[in-house]
Design a protein around this ligand. Structure first.
Ligand code: UDP
Length: 328
């Protein structure tokens, strides 16, 4: 299939591009490279540098070839920034996605896979999280993602969009060959921050809150390997039918605490990784982990990486071979 991948130069997008190429698909990446990296784009895919706000660029691109589907990763993802500057998030994550859906509708593209998030559940009433738990995001980032799930659901009924929202838990790790990995600027995620301490680029990691109602007092998250996320996307686009809206949690089902991540990184790197206990970070729910039964049953997907030590190992191999991230 010929597939358009917006944001295909980003962390999750670039791994999905590789997964699509491995599965024999013909991939065109559309990315403005404001956060993505050209070097992360698989050489079998073509890269078009452009912005989703530029309707003409998208129209031209979609007119050139017969695309069978699209995957949409181009979005902002910093929760704290979304609180400070919500309109930036509504502009990019909502308005630009609406533009994209319009262009896909005009071009007759009916398969669409969307990066949603467990942040759409807000503070869920129970864990593990099943898809029938009511969605109630607690920050602008989560609001924008939920708004797009609604737009997809309504588009499925109105004009036949075949949409699949994949609600990711915490994307982690790097490709098995350590050639693509996580490179955000600024870095805000726990695993890369911990590994930057091991590389001597930071003095210590801060543990945000040790008084949560969890077994060791620190927050639990479901760290899902980025290559497992990629295989979920490939399954989703290959099985998508027109006029149907689907949604799946994508996680391992394991809750791993902040302390457990730091311990895993100490074991993998052999570095002491000093940690300072600090107050809670605003807006962090105590525990978020998936019940992945629905995606396992309906898509026949299951994660290959379930051991957190192995997940951290792949991230460490990437960080060691790219201590300053990508060259560009
Ligand atoms: N966290 C932490 N110190 C850091 C960064 C993150 O203690 O320097 C915690 C954070 O409070 C959360 C977990 O690690 O409980 C995962 O945070 P991350 O930002 O990686 O992902 P999130 O779950 O917020 O999407």
């Amino acid at each position: 299939m010929k597939i358009l991948v917006t944001g295909g130069a980003g962390y999750v997008g670039s791994h999905c591009v590789r997964g699509l190429c491995d599965a024999g698909h013909d991939v065109v990446v559309f990315d403005n490279l404001c956060h993505g990296h050209a070097a992360a784009v698989d050489s079998r895919a073509s890269l078009v540098r452009g912005d989703l706000a530029d309707a003409n660029a998208l129209r031209t691109l979609l007119a050139v070839g017969e695309f069978a589907g699209a995957m949409h990763f181009a979005a902002f993802l910093d929760v704290n920034e979304s609180v400070r500057d919500p309109l930036k998030y509504y502009e990019n994550n909502v308005i630009n996605t609406i533009h994209l859906l319009r262009r896909l509708s005009d071009a007759g593209v009916r398969r669409f896979v969307f990066s949603s998030t467990c942040a759409t559940y807000g503070e869920p009433e129970r864990c593990p999280i099943t898809e029938d738990i009511p969605q109630g995001p607690i920050n602008p980032y989560g609001h924008t993602k939920l708004a797009m799930e609604w737009a997809m659901r309504d588009s499925a009924a109105a004009w036949g969009l075949g949409g699949c929202a994949l609600r990711y838990f915490n994307a982690a790790g790097a490709s098995a060959d350590a050639t693509i990995g996580e490179d955000h600027d600024p870095e805000i995620h726990l695993i890369p921050i911990v590994l930057q301490v091991a590389l001597g680029q930071r003095e210590q990691v801060k543990i945000f809150g040790t008084d949560y109602p969890t077994p060791d007092g620190t927050c639990q998250r479901d760290y899902i390997h980025v290559e497992d996320l990629a295989s979920a996307h490939v399954r989703a686009i290959e099985t998508q039918e027109e006029g149907v809206f689907r949604y799946f949690n994508v996680g391992t089902g394991n809750g791993t605490s902040v302390r457990e991540i730091i311990e895993a990184a100490r074991a993998v790197t052999g570095h002491a990784i000093p940690a300072e206990e600090t107050p809670r970070r605003a807006g962090d729910p105590p525990a978020l982990y998936a019940d992945p039964t629905k995606i396992k049953t309906e898509l026949g997907w299951s994660p290959k990486h379930t051991d957190i030590g192995r997940i951290v190992e792949t991230a460490w191999a990437w960080h060691q071979s790219h201590p300053k991230g990508y060259d560009d």
